[in-house]
Write a protein that binds this ligand. Structure first.
Ligand SMILES: Cc1cc2nc3c(=O)[nH]c(=O)nc-3n(C[C@H](O)[C@H](O)[C@H](O)COP(=O)(O)OP(=O)(O)OC[C@H]3O[C@@H](n4cnc5c(N)ncnc54)[C@H](O)[C@@H]3O)c2cc1C
Length: 231
């Protein structure tokens, strides 16, 4: 059944990084989601003009009516700038979801998640679910961020299940110099029998897919979610 539009109340808005905010929303009823799924957010102007964009669920499925979305501010972005500049706790937002049947994690299979920038959002839902269910061994993430200040979920992400690769500025004393993700970063993390979930900009997704294929990951074990312009 197609997900219906509903009104969600904004419970909380918090800064994830200087360019990303996490919204905690209460739906009008619990809508169980799978890690990796997204919601569509629709804004309607007084003259009835509408704009809608997709946002992945960052929170783990927990059986409640609350979900979290993390939105990166894109300069000039119609919806993301509204979220950053206007939305505040107590507001009501129109959303539809959960949506997606391919880029989803069933919760019991080994995962290598590779996320760039806001592409970490659906992967974080997977890691949170794995930790919640006591199956942290199933999920490993490789996260590409520009600098430590740009790392989403900085209080939760670091740990044995994640490798962070900085592209522009590394933390002081880091062994790896800043630079784009390479096969050398991914090679030690690739395991037989796992599914790779790749998420980020179209260019990031294409590069990582090529790297994984080059490392011998079968094409049918790679799932990709591109965060390009969406309708
Ligand atoms: C399935 C799916 C899940 C998504 N999940 C998230 C998420 O969890 N968090 C998140 O922040 N975004 C996510 N996105 C991207 C999001 O849907 C919007 O594309 C993004 O917020 C920009 O919308 P906007 O209205 O602010 O910008 P627009 O007004 O649409 O565009 C402004 C400018 O930015 C460019 N642009 C648009 N989208 C992007 C983009 N994603 N990256 C780079 N440039 C872009 C446009 O070409 C234009 O030049 C997801 C996209 C998809 C398809």
């Amino acid at each position: 059944m197609a997900a219906r539009w509903q009104t969600a109340r904004v419970l909380d808005v918090r800064d994830e990084t200087p360019n990303a905010k996490t919204l905690r929303l209460r739906l009008d009823a619990p809508s169980p989601h799978l890690a990796g799924q997204h919601y569509v957010l629709r804004l309607t102007a007084p003259d009835s003009y509408t704009a809608q964009r997709s946002y992945s669920v960052a929170s783990a499925p927990d059986g409640t009516a609350e979900i979290e979305l993390t939105v990166e501010r894109l300069p000039g972005g119609e919806v993301s700038e509204f979220v950053h500049d206007v939305v505040e706790p107590g507001d009501e937002l129109e959303v539809r979801g959960p949506i997606g049947g391919w880029f989803v994690w069933p919760g019991d299979t080994p995962v290598l998640g590779v996320g760039g920038g806001s592409g970490v959002v659906p992967l974080m839902a997977m890691l949170r679910q794995a930790r919640r269910s006591g199956r942290s061994d199933l999920v490993r993430l490789v996260v590409s961020a520009r600098s430590p200040a740009d790392l989403y979920y900085a209080g939760e992400l670091p740990g044995p299940q994640s490798t962070v690769v900085y592209t522009r500025h590394s933390p002081p004393g880091a062994a790896r110099p800043p630079g784009r993700l390479t096969a050398t970063d991914l090679a030690p993390l690739v395991r037989d029998g796992e599914t790779a979930y790749v998420c980020g900009s179209p260019a990031f997704c294409d590069t990582v897919t090529d790297l994984l294929l080059g490392l011998g990951v079968p094409v049918d074990r790679i799932r990709v979610e591109r965060f390009g312009p969406s309708g």
